[in-house]
Design a protein around this ligand. Structure first.
Ligand SMILES: NC(=O)c1ccc[n+]([C@@H]2O[C@H](COP(=O)([O-])OP(=O)(O)OC[C@H]3O[C@@H](n4cnc5c(N)ncnc54)[C@H](O)[C@@H]3O)[C@@H](O)[C@H]2O)c1
Length: 363
C-alpha cells in the first residue's frame, strides 16, 4: 500500500470524537497529532483512543509542523477561520466543521486564503451525503417544478437547547442559527443552486434560553429562535425559520413552490423534542402538480441509505479522497459563502431591526 494520509485534529471537544472514529475506520489514514488550547485536553483525547504515542499539542502551529496532509478543524465557531487559515497557510488541507464561520468577513478571509494557497477547504455539512437529501435535490434540479420562486425551511426543536460552548456568544458567535439553522440553509441552497442573496429581513430572540424554567444550565447569550425573509437576485425568496425551543411541534415543513409543481418535505419527528430539525433526517416527501384538470398529490417513497457507515464517515472519507485526487473540494466555499452571507445578514438585520443588504466582496 502507498503511504498513509497523515491527518491531524484541531480542537478535541465533542465533535472531534466523530472525526476520530471516522478516520480510524480508514486503512489508508493515520492520525499523526491533535491540538487543543485547553492544556492536557488533546493528550487525554488521544489517550482515550489508545493513541498514546501520537503527539498532542496546546498550540496549533506545533501540530502544523508535522507535514500533515490534512486537518479536521473541530473548534467552536468563532475560531474556525483562524484555525482553517493557519492550516492552509502552513500548506495543509482543511475539513472545517459547520458553520463555515460566524461572520461573512471571516468566511471571505477563509475563501481568500484558500484561493491564495490552493489547498482544499471543505465545510462539514454531512447531511448532504444522505440519500434523501440527494433525492430532493435531484427532484428540484430536474426542472419538474418549473421556476422555483419560494422556498420555506421548517423543522426546529420543541425543547432542544444544547449546553457547553453552543450558548456562549464569545465562542459560538450565534445560537440556533449557527447550530442547526445552517443545515436548513444548506438544504435549501444546495437544492435550488447557489443564488446570490441580496437582502435579509430577520428577527431573532432568546426568550427560552434566558428563562430558568426552560434553561437552567447557566449563562445564555445567543439566539434560541431566528426567522428571516431572504431575497435572491433572480427574485426567489427564502422564508427561513429555526428554533431551539418553542411552544410548537415544528416550524413547519420544507416547501419548494414552483410554477409547474410544488414539493413538500415533511419535518421529521415533529413530536420529539430534538427530532424536528433538518440535520440529516427528513420526513415524508410529496409532490403537488396538475394532471389534466386534476390537482394531484404524489407521495414519493423515501430511499434506503446506501452506505451503512453513515453520513459523518462519508464526509471525512470524501475529504480524504479529495486529498488523494488533488481536489476538487467536496463542499467548497464557493457554495457555502452564500450560506454564510445569509447568516451574517440575519445577525445584522436582527440587531438593526430592519432589512439589510447583502454584499459579498470579490474573493
Ligand atoms: N457536524 C456535526 O454534526 C456537528 C455536531 C456538533 C458540533 N459541530 C460543530 O463542531 C464545532 C465544535 O463543536 P463541539 O461540540 O465539539 O465544541 P466543543 O466546545 O466541545 O469543542 C471545541 C474544542 O475546540 C477547542 N478550541 C477552541 N479554539 C481553539 C483553537 N484556536 N485551537 C485549538 N483548539 C481550540 C476548545 O478548547 C474545545 O476543546 C462547532 O463549530 C459545531 O458547530 C458539528
Amino acid at each position: 500500500m502507498e503511504r498513509k494520509l497523515r491527518i491531524g485534529i484541531i480542537g478535541t471537544g465533542g465533535i472531534a470524537y466523530s472525526h476520530m472514529r471516522s478516520y480510524l475506520q480508514m486503512d489508508d489514514v493515520e492520525i499523526v497529532g491533535a491540538s487543543d488550547i485547553v492544556p492536557g485536553k488533546a493528550r487525554a483525547f488521544l489517550d482515550e483512543f489508545e493513541l498514546n504515542d501520537v503527539p498532542a499539542f496546546e498550540n496549533n502551529a506545533d501540530l502544523l509542523k508535522l507535514e500533515l496532509d490534512g486537518v479536521s478543524v473541530c473548534t467552536y465557531n468563532t475560531t474556525h477561520h483562524i484555525c482553517a487559515c493557519e492550516a492552509m497557510e502552513a500548506g495543509v488541507n482543511v475539513l472545517c466543521e459547520k458553520p463555515m464561520s460566524v461572520t461573512l468577513e471571516q468566511a471571505v478571509e477563509m475563501a481568500r486564503t484558500q484561493k491564495k494557497t490552493g489547498k482544499i477547504l471543505t465545510i462539514g455539512f454531512q447531511p448532504r451525503y444522505g440519500a434523501n437529501m440527494r433525492m430532493v435535490k435531484e427532484l428540484v434540479r430536474s426542472g419538474e417544478l418549473g421556476r422555483v420562486y419560494y422556498v420555506q425551511t421548517g423543522g426546529g426543536r420543541r425543547r432542544g437547547i444544547p449546553g457547553g460552548t453552543f450558548v456562549d456568544k464569545k465562542l459560538a458567535g450565534v445560537g440556533c442559527l449557527a447550530d442547526i439553522g445552517c443545515y436548513a440553509l444548506d438544504m435549501a441552497l444546495n437544492t435550488v443552486g447557489y443564488k446570490r442573496p441580496v437582502t435579509v429581513s430577520a428577527y431573532s430572540s432568546d426568550f427560552f434560553g434566558k428563562n430558568p424554567k426552560y434553561y437552567n444550565k447557566g449563562p445564555f447569550d445567543v439566539d434560541d429562535f431566528s426567522c428571516a425573509l431572504v431575497r435572491f437576485e433572480d427574485d426567489m425568496v427564502l422564508d427561513f425559520r429555526m428554533s431551539w425551543a418553542m411552544h410548537m411541534d415544528t416550524m413547519g415543513d420544507m416547501l419548494f413552490l414552483g410554477t409547474d409543481a410544488g414539493l413538500k418535505v415533511k419535518s421529521p419527528n415533529p413530536h420529539l423534542n430534538w427530532g424536528g430539525a433538518w440535520d440529516g433526517g427528513i420526513g415524508e416527501v410529496y409532490m403537488y402538480r396538475d394532471i389534466g384538470d386534476n390537482q394531484v398529490e404524489i407521495h414519493i417513497p423515501k430511499k434506503m441509505e446506501d452506505d451503512k457507515k453513515g453520513f459523518f464517515f462519508l464526509k471525512c472519507r470524501d475529504f480524504c479522497n479529495a486529498i488523494l485526487n488533488n481536489g476538487p473540494s467536496p463542499i467548497p466555499w464557493q457554495e457555502i459563502i452564500y450560506n454564510q452571507a445569509i447568516i451574517d445578514g440575519i445577525i445584522r438585520s436582527s440587531a438593526a431591526k430592519s432589512e439589510v443588504r447583502v454584499e459579498i466582496p470579490e474573493i
